[in-house]
Design a protein around this ligand. Sequence first.
Ligand code: BES
Ligand code: ZN
Ligand code: ZN
Length: 487
Amino acid sequence: MQILPTRKIEPLALGAILVRKDKKIGSHPFYKQLSKEDAVLLGRFLAKTSFDKESAHTVFLPSGNRLLLLGVGEKQKFDLRKSILAMRKIVAAAKKDGVKIIEVAAADFTTRGLNDLNAVAETVATQFELANYEHVTYKTAPPDGWNFVETAYVYAERNVGKALERGRIIGVETNAARELSNTPGGEMTPAMLAKAAEAAGKESGVKVAVLDEKEMRKLGMGGVLGVGRGSDEPPRFIVMEYRGAAAKTAPVVLVGKGITFDSGGLNIKPDDHIYEMHMDMSGGAAVIHAIAALARLKVKKNVIGLIPAAENMPSGSSYHPGDVLKTMSGKTIEVMNTDAEGRVVLADGLEYAKKYKPRLVIDVATLTGASMHALGRRASAILATDRKVENRLREAGEKTLDRVWPLPLWEEYEDEVKGTFGDWSNTGKERYGGAITGAVFLWQFIKPWPWVHIDIAPRMTAVEGEHLAKGAAGAPVNLLVHFLERF
Ligand code: BES
Ligand code: ZN
Ligand code: ZN
């Protein structure tokens, strides 16, 4: 969608006004610009309608203009989360009614933690884009076309054009990651994911290299090759290099899990768990488009993206439970369960990251169902070697609603993943604490470098009530962009 700054009421747009419980809108810029007749009618409507609770009303004014009044409850309780949800609700309401042009006042969305007009504008633009997205690629369009909002005007006393464009880029890139995740597994193969990375790199000016099986064999990437063995679709290893800072500046390396379909392999998943496993490359998709966003925003940092991409399938050539795989690091992995494949491919990704002498390594993966047992579906799990970095990520998560919550990364958990016939076992000995043992396994392949693991399984898909379309949620593109810009 187009997102444009404005300082006057746009006559063709559906203007949205956030109404608090006290219903005081006399100083709202839209109200102030209404004709006398319109203002009288709006006053009457406000008088007889309660705005104590969250609600939405469309009011038709005598001039023919319409207003969307969004009840947001008590002023004191209007926080950053409610503000972001209100932004999304406006787009959702417009889509529902087939409205193509909307208008909001940036100042409506200010809250504690979001009070600078530029920051508000950036957030509005991102959230408008996120709320406008829907995966319709494989559906026949209705006769009148899809109900996407085409233009959003953002009224502000200051020039917020740049902030709007920044926010829009973050939203568009997040949606691009969602689109990759939503693409069915039959189509989204490792080669296809590599093509998507190349296309994103070309558009944003990021160098992309793709290693094929032969090159991976030369490097000794037994983890990725092992997981990919059962599939007719050969694995790939994607390397993206964005250099926005001086060449000698140490980069941050992002490593994304790129399992294009996770059937579980020979330890095949039961049918209710196999559904949605085409989204098991969501970490990889997030890395691709976080880097594209950073490049388009011209962030002055060096950021590398690595995506080990493979399909985990059962067949006569699959890796077996009990196999011992030799990774690029030289360390071996005893495969106790072929469904714990993410950590196996990431072991090679993390080893490759060390080549860059990184400032920080962040891996992003739909790694465990256990993280969902621990956290539900509102926050990704983070496990970090550095408390300061962990806190910075948590703050970025609060600002973007792309939230993360910490779990412990302690050495005492290492006993859980010590192998019997290999160095490390890809499952814990106990069935408890699976999100932690998954992380502690990965740690063995990145020590002693500073590292954060983000298990995005909890936020792989959108939750009802978030006002986002069903399917992939695009976590943690927004989080990574906000964090890396300031890190
Ligand atoms: N991709 C799954 C984890 C997952 C589950 C992501 C649900 C998103 C939604 C991962 O590869 C997996 O299967 N993990 C196993 C690990 C176990 C075998 C140690 C799990 O969580 O059950
Ligand atoms: Zn799995
Ligand atoms: Zn998986």
